[in-house]
Design a binder for this molecule. Structure first.
Ligand SMILES: [Zn+2]
Length: 181
């Protein structure tokens, strides 16, 4: 963990937070970053997520659609949780992994836990996102950037990725530049 993983709001990052991910995880995370880039191209916030079964099959993917759908809650992580809740058995949900370019917000972490999905692997942490947006002068979000552990303590998490977090940072910069263009 680096000092950059701490948020100005005083949120404490739990021990073990920031563990590194393996090559299979990185493949799925790279797809999440691609989806986040596609979101930026469409004028949406830079977030993308992938739902993967216990056997490694990609079951579903989505990206942020807040602007294009006109719905501030159109986050990919809650969409995947809702899809899993109606398409997968409890056992399948518990064994599935959600990969995401940016750590789940409290709303999405709660949905993830309510439907009983398995572990979460993220490329960049909520603390990083909050720091990056703060540095770009973006007003604080209406919801605290709590780590998943503080919302859904029984969900296993891995991240951020030292390789991919800088790419997500760049997507946030690109998105803000597009908004100001
Ligand atoms: Zn969310």
């Amino acid at each position: 963990m680096t000092d950059g993983d701490r948020v100005a709001s005083g949120v404490v990052v739990p021990p073990g937070y920031g563990a590194q991910v393996d090559e299979t995880d990185l493949q799925h995370l790279r797809r999440c970053v691609e989806l986040a880039a596609a979101a930026v191209e469409a004028g949406d916030e830079p977030f993308g997520s992938v739902l993967v079964s216990a056997s490694g099959d990609v079951l579903r993917e989505d990206r942020n659609r807040e602007t294009s759908a006109g719905d501030p809650t159109a986050h990919p992580e809650i969409e995947l949780a809702r899809w899993a809740g109606t398409h997968l058995s409890p056992a399948e949900r518990g064994a599935a992994t959600v990969y995401t370019s940016g750590e789940h917000c409290p709303m999405c972490a709660a949905a993830h836990a309510w439907v009983g999905l398995g572990r979460i692997v993220f490329a960049s942490s909520s603390a990083q996102t909050a720091q990056w947006l703060g540095e770009m002068g973006v007003p604080a979000a209406p919801v605290l950037p709590l780590p998943i552990e503080q919302v859904a303590p029984h969900v296993g998490t891995e991240g951020p990725s030292t390789e991919l977090a800088p790419l997500v940072h760049e997507l946030h910069r690109r998105h803000r530049e597009r908004l100001q263009a």
